[in-house]
Design a protein around this ligand. Structure first.
Ligand code: FAD
Ligand code: SF4
Ligand code: SF4
Length: 419
């Protein structure tokens, strides 16, 4: 159930656990020297493959609203960057980038912790610290490859303790899960990380799946020198540069499949109990009807996000960013609008309780899940639908397709995060 977030390296220290490129083409933690029991226990409480929880109780107000599917919310609204260039560059409407720019330029925080394209493995993301506009813009866009965003979060908190600096975090929902889990036992998270923002997330693509897909365009992963998954339009083309100097632009619909059929997800993403940023201050999504863009009309889509604002801090952040001219708002939305924009998230969340039953039936450990409404959501399905989900998960576990080899590094170490 590893998703490669990197927080175990951060907890144990890189002399004991180190994120490395491994046999299946992703990054996984390599145990260099076995940590003590206390460290292992701590990792098991914080790892987002082992423990997944919704919004912490102290962030839920008496007037917060609740939806069985979409969780705690205070406002849901269409939103986008008020700067046309940022709206264009951003993955959807550039909302997360606009919020990042506002946080830095208004000095609400000293830096942003998020992700940008990896230089060494161009299809990957890497954790990135932004301190100015140029940095924030450099990190705009979605990284759909392995991204260890939390690889040194504990060390960052230590530095904040010394410097008194604060930061905002942008990441996937499972990154936010890990950060909230850490925050449950390390008060420095609450003290120094002022905002936790997530994109709604259907999962990333395994590098092996990307390679299969890119064969259609005669592109080998080893030849890629730069990969922009989307952005520069909504969704914008997937743009691939290769070492022979060629640039290939692929329509999003061809790259991902109209119904995500081309995606090869990691097992953890298939078993994701929270792709909707249940624990984030704000969860940000696309707003295409039916969950995917049409081939026609993409060049006229300016890009519009949905902002699912869950906390008072998130509400204040959006209001201030609007007042300061960074963010524009559109119509108010309801959880039922989110159902229309994100049907795949609805199906997945309603399936997860049964999938975990199937995993357990095959003798697998399942994550410890709290506050994510999985059982009541499963009751919305028919018995046969739940049985099919459980049997599918059980079969995957029995035939071993849920398993990865014990990770072994396949390349020299890299220290990209130093930049
Ligand atoms: C793996 C993945 C799956 C997704 N699945 C869905 C989905 O099912 N439904 C949906 O509506 N939207 C999905 N998205 C989100 C969507 O693509 C947009 O990212 C989202 O709408 C925010 O758009 P934006 O224009 O505000 O982003 P931008 O303004 O471009 O900002 C994106 C921000 O996210 C950070 N970031 C990007 N990728 C990563 C990463 N892998 N790890 C950590 N930080 C990262 C960047 O550093 C940047 O700060 C997914 C994104 C990713 C990365
Ligand atoms: S998901 Fe768990 S095991 Fe994987 S990198 Fe994160 S903390 Fe480590
Ligand atoms: S689908 Fe879930 S587990 Fe996979 S990257 Fe997204 S939030 Fe993480």
């Amino acid at each position: 159930m590893c998703i490669g977030c990197g927080i175990c390296q951060s907890i144990a220290g890189p002399d004991q656990i180190e994120m490395r490129l491994v046999q299946n083409g992703t990054e996984r933690p390599i145990v260099k020297s076995t940590p003590g029991d206390t460290t292992i226990d701590k990792i098991m409480r914080i790892c987002p493959g082992a423990r997944i929880e919704g919004l912490p109780d102290h962030l839920v107000e008496s007037d917060s609203q609740y939806d069985e599917m979409w969780g705690i919310w205070r406002e849901i609204v269409l939103a986008w960057s008020a700067e046309p260039r940022v709206r264009y560059m951003g993955s959807t409407g550039g909302l997360l980038t606009a919020l990042g720019l506002y946080l830095i330029e208004s000095q609400q925080v000293d830096f942003l912790l998020h992700a940008t394209a990896s230089q060494r493995y161009p299809s990957f993301g890497r954790r990135f610290i932004s301190r100015n506009r140029q940095d924030v813009l450099r990190a705009a866009g979605s990284r759909y490859g392995p991204t260890a965003a939390l690889v040194d979060i504990v060390q960052i908190l230590e530095q904040c303790e010394e410097s008194g600096e604060t930061f905002g975090f942008i990441g996937t929902p499972c990154d936010v899960t890990a950060l909230r889990n850490l925050g449950a036992e390390d008060p420095r998270v609450g003290r120094f990380c002022k905002y936790q923002l997530a994109m709604v997330c259907g999962g990333f693509m395994m590098p092996s799946g990307q390679q299969d897909l890119l064969k259609q365009w005669d592109i080998l992963m080893k030849d890629i020198t730069a990969l922009r998954y989307r952005g520069y339009g909504c969704p914008g083309p997937s743009r691939i540069e290769t070492s022979d100097g060629a640039v290939t632009e692929i329509n999003y619909v061809d790259f991902w499949g109209q119904d995500d059929s081309a995606w090869q997800l990691p097992f953890r993403c298939k078993m994701c109990a929270d792709g909707i940023g249940d624990a984030a201050d704000i969860a940000v999504s696309d707003t295409w009807e039916g969950g995917a863009p049409a081939r026609e009309g993409q060049d006229r889509d300016p890009g519009t996000n949905a902002a699912l604002i869950r906390t008072v801090a998130g509400q204040q952040l959006i209001a201030e960013a609007v007042a300061a001219g960074y963010v524009s708002l559109g119509n108010r939305l309801t959880p039922r609008d989110m159902d229309r924009f994100q049907p795949h998230q609805k199906v997945k969340k309603q399936s997860m309780w049964s999938r975990f039953v199937g995993m357990r039936a095959a003798g697998n450990v399942v994550p410890d899940v709290h506050g994510l409404r999985l059982k009541p959501l499963a009751r919305r399905n028919s018995l046969s639908e739940n049985l099919a989900q459980a049997r599918g998960a059980r079969q995957r576990c029995r035939d071993g397709s849920n398993r990865e080899q014990t990770p072994a590094a396949v390349e020299d170490n890299r220290d990209e995060n130093a930049t």
